[in-house]
Design a protein around this ligand. Structure first.
Ligand code: V47
Length: 366
């Protein structure tokens, strides 16, 4: 009788996945070593379908980048400029509100706000942005400031992360995005973003948010100088924190785009590598409800396949240009990525599109 061929090195992992057992650090490294992307994807799809059936989520969001002027010089970043650079811009609260008057925000569920650490902006400038947006648009969830920014505010104010987060929450902050995580391992982190807060601090800030009852997202930047071990370590540190707090909503692997960065000599990851990262994260992060395929970094085509490789979410619509990845050569789509384009993209991937809000409540079925 013909049996399905299972590659020797993945047999034990396959048994664990089907038995619902947690994978170890060694298992994670083995998955990265393996070239059998199809088998890894099959296993991840098993977990994905157990959790979400054929549902695939997306959200209608509006991105804001209040400034691109930043004190940090992360080697992977093509978005930041120094103060005095003619490309620099500043949108404190008043300017942001003025610009938003021109935008149709009907049905927008979320403001996603991140930007640079401006050398002259104190905590109140960032706080005002949240307060004013919440005052004018009380029904739109504000997901703002990465752990790196929250850590910066603690230095500016001399207060704890709990105080900063509590003050931001009183002003209208709903949750934290997952950026700034990059790779936690210091050997890698010191090469790509040595002056930014450490991986340990990133995790502490998210733990503080979770302890206040605030949900957060998480990311991992891959495709630069990281090692397989550092990626498994990164994901297992997130898994440990999730075991303690349950505060993470989603994990987002971010494919590095090298153009215009100080790592521009590196090649861009392939579609197969992108799918492998999605699948391995779905397998390792057994306590995370969602894994996102960020179509902006992965292209809509790879994101469609990712919906059968472990991902259940495709992030959101783009009404204006995404800036961080575009600056690094990642403009994969012309024109606005509308809700109907999204629903169509998901249907083409043979999944059921569900428009969600930030907390994954279903807003509309398509
Ligand atoms: O932290 C910067 C990454 C992140 C590049 O929480 C780059 O819902 C690729 O965090 N190539 C910001 N990546 C984006 C982010 C995010 C995206 C979508 C959803 C959510 C969420 C968060 O982008 C940064 C950094 O890791 N990044 N430069 C680059 N050249």
């Amino acid at each position: 009788m013909l049996k399905t061929r299972v590659p020797g090195d993945l047999v034990e992992i396959r048994e664990k996945v089907y038995a619902g057992e947690r994978l170890s650090f060694e298992d994670g490294c083995k998955l990265f070593e393996s070239n059998d992307v199809v088998e890894i994807g099959r296993l991840a799809n098993h977990v994905r379908e157990k959790l979400h059936g054929d549902k695939a989520y997306f959200s209608h969001k509006y991105r804001l980048y209040p400034t691109n002027i930043c004190v940090y010089r992360c080697r992977f970043c093509a978005f930041r400029v120094s103060k005095g650079d003619e490309r620099g811009y500043e949108w404190p609260a008043e300017k942001t509100l003025h610009e938003l008057e021109k935008v149709d925000l009907t049905g927008v569920a979320e403001f996603h706000i991140v930007g640079g650490i401006h050398p002259d902006w104190d905590f109140d400038v960032y706080l005002d942005i949240v307060r004013e947006l919440h005052r004018v648009y009380p029904d739109i969830h504000i997901k703002a400031w990465t752990a790196v920014e929250i850590d910066h505010f603690t230095h500016q104010t001399g207060k704890s992360a709990e105080w900063v987060l509590g003050t931001m929450r009183e002003a209208g902050l709903g949750s934290l995005p997952g950026g700034g995580a990059e790779i936690f391992d210091w050997e890698i982190r010191r090469t790509i973003c040595r002056t930014k807060c450490t991986g340990e601090r990133w995790l502490e800030v998210h733990e503080a948010a979770h302890n206040l009852g605030m949900k957060t997202n998480s990311t991992m930047l891959y495709g630069h100088v990281e090692t397989p071990e550092s990626k498994v370590d990164h994901m297992l540190r997130l898994r440990d924190l999730q075991d303690r707090t349950g505060g993470f909503r989603t994990f987002i692997p971010l494919a590095f785009h090298p153009d215009n960065t100080r790592l521009k000599h590196l090649p861009r990851s392939t579609g197969a590598e992108d799918l492998k990262h999605i699948a391995i994260s779905r397998l390792l992060l057994d306590n995370f409800p969602h894994v996102m395929a960020y179509w902006v970094t992965e292209t809509p085509e790879v994101a469609q396949v990712a919906l059968s490789f472990g991902a259940d979410d495709l992030d959101g619509t783009i009404m204006i240009d995404e800036e961080i990845i575009n600056a690094a050569g990642g403009k994969h789509v012309e024109g606005a990525m509308t809700k109907s384009r999204f629903a169509q993209m998901i249907r083409e991937a043979r999944r059921t599109p569900l428009e969600r809000d930030t907390e994954f409540n279903v807003v509309r079925e398509y």
